[in-house]
Design a protein around this ligand. Structure first.
Ligand SMILES: Cc1cc2nc3c(=O)[nH]c(=O)nc-3n(C[C@H](O)[C@H](O)[C@H](O)COP(=O)(O)O)c2cc1C
Length: 328
C-alpha cells in the first residue's frame, strides 16, 4: 500500500504471521533516475523475506531496467501494478489504465520477466468501469506473457474503494489460468478469508486495509492467534512502529507519515477519541512518545522486549546516486 507499506509495516506483518509481504508501489521512472526517495523504498531487511516489490510504469524497457534494480536490492518477487486508479499514475499510462491496453501490458510483463530471474507477478483491478470483466480477458494474456501469479482486486478503478470486492470474478479468473491467483479486497477476518479461499479456489488472500494499525488482525486471519491486544500492547507496537519509521524515513518525513497511524492504532475503541486528536497536534515525535507512555506506562517494558528481540539485522541499502550526495 502506497504511503503505508514501509519497512516497519512489512516487518510487523511478517512477525504477526503474514506469509508474504509487499512494498509500496515504486515508480520505475524514479528508480531509473536514481531518485533518492524512490531508492529509499528499496530498503530491505533480512527478516522481511519473502518480499515482493511492486513497480509501476508504462514503458517496457524502463520497467525491465527498474526490475533489475529491484532484483539487485533483494526482492524475491517483482510485481507489476495494473490496478492503481489514481490519476497521477493513470495519466502516465501506468496502473489500471493498462488493463485497457493489453498489448502494452503484455509487453511490460514480457520485458520484466526477461530481465530478472525472480518470479514476476501482476496485480489487477477488475477493469476501469463498474461491472467490467476486463481482468478476465487480460489476466490469461499476462500469464502467457510470463506472469507467474496474478492478484485480483475485483473492484473497478472507477469504484476506488466503494462498494464491495466481487470475488465471484476472482473465482472465474481462477478457472481461467493455471498459475496461483491471490484474492485481494475486503479480507478482514479469518472467517472471510476462509470463505473466499473456498468459494474462489484462490491460492492465497491478501490483506491490505485491515492490517493498518492492526497487526492483531493479521494474526487472526493467519490463524496464529485470535485475541484483542491490551492497551499496553497497542502502545508498545505503536511506539516500535514510530521508532522504526523514524529510522527509515528520518524524523521530518516520519512526523507527517505517522499521523494517520495514530487513529488506526488507537481507534477501534481502544482509546478515547480525543487522545488521537491530542497526539496529532503534538509538535515532535518525542512529545508523542512521552504522551503515549503516560497513557500506558506498562508499555515501556513491552517495548524494551520488542526492541531487544526484533532489532533490525542485516539490511540492504542501495548506494545513493551521485545527485543525492549533492551533485544536483
Ligand atoms: C492506502 C492504500 C494504498 C494502496 N496502494 C497500493 C499499491 O501501491 N499497489 C497496489 O497494488 N495496491 C494498492 N492498494 C490496494 C490494496 O492492495 C488492495 O488491493 C485494496 O485495498 C483492497 O484490499 P483491502 O480491502 O484488504 O484493503 C492500496 C490501498 C490502500 C488503501
Amino acid at each position: 500500500m502506497a504511503g503505508v507499506s514501509v519497512q516497519a509495516f512489512r516487518r510487523q506483518g511478517r512477525r504477526f504471521g503474514a506469509g508474504l509481504v509487499c512494498s509500496e508501489m515504486v515508480s520505475c521512472a524514479g528508480l531509473n533516475h536514481g531518485n533518492e526517495r524512490t531508492l529509499g523504498y528499496l530498503r530491505i531487511a533480512d527478516d522481511e523475506h519473502p518480499l515482493a516489490v511492486q513497480i509501476f510504469g508504462s514503458a517496457p524497457g524502463a520497467m525491465a531496467e527498474a526490475a533489475r534494480v529491484v532484483e539487485g536490492a533483494g526482492a524475491d518477487i517483482v510485481d507489476i501494478n495494473f490496478g492503481c486508479p489514481v490519476r497521477k499514475v493513470t495519466k502516465t499510462g501506468a496502473g489500471a489504465t493498462l488493463l485497457d491496453d493489453p498489448d502494452r501490458a503484455c509487453r511490460l510483463v514480457e520485458a520484466v520477466a526477461e530481465a530478472v530471474d525472480v518470479p514476476v507477478t501482476a496485480k489487477m483491478r477488475r477493469g476501469l468501469e463498474n461491472d467490467s470483466r476486463t481482468a478476465l480477458a487480460v489476466g490469461p494474456r499476462l500469464v502467457e506473457a510470463g506472469a507467474a501469479a496474478l492478484t485480483l482486486h475485483p473492484r473497478s478503478a472507477k469504484q476506488m474503494y466503494t462498494g464491495e470486492a466481487d470475488h465471484a470474478l476472482t473465482a472465474e479468473l481462477v478457472d481461467l489460468v493455471d498459475v496461483p491467483v491471490v484474492a485481494s479486497g475486503d479480507i478482514t477476518s479469518r472467517t472471510r478469508a476462509l470463505e473466499v479461499l473456498e468459494s474462489t479456489g484462490c491460492a492465497a488472500v491478501m490483506v491490505a486495509r485491515a492490517a493498518q494499525g492492526n497487526p492483531w488482525a493479521v494474526a487472526e486471519i493467519a490463524g496464529v492467534e485470535d485475541r484483542d491486544p491490551t492497551r499496553e500492547e497497542v502502545v508498545a507496537e505503536l511506539l516500535l512502529f514510530i521508532r522504526e519509521s523514524v529510522r527509515e524515513l528520518g524524523e521530518q518525513r516520519a512526523t507527517g507519515f505517522l499521523k494517520k497511524f495514530y487513529g488506526w492504532y488507537l481507534g477501534r475503541g481502544r482509546f478515547p477519541k480525543p487522545f488521537k486528536q491530542e497526539l496529532v497536534q503534538l509538535a515532535t515525535i518525542a512529545d508523542v512518545e512521552t504522551r503515549l507512555l503516560a497513557a500506558a506506562p506498562g508499555a515501556r517494558d513491552l517495548l524494551d522486549d520488542l526492541e531487544a528481540e526484533f532489532a533490525v539485522g542485516e539490511e540492504v541499502v542501495l548506494d545513493l546516486p551521485i545527485s543525492a550526495l549533492g551533485g544536483g
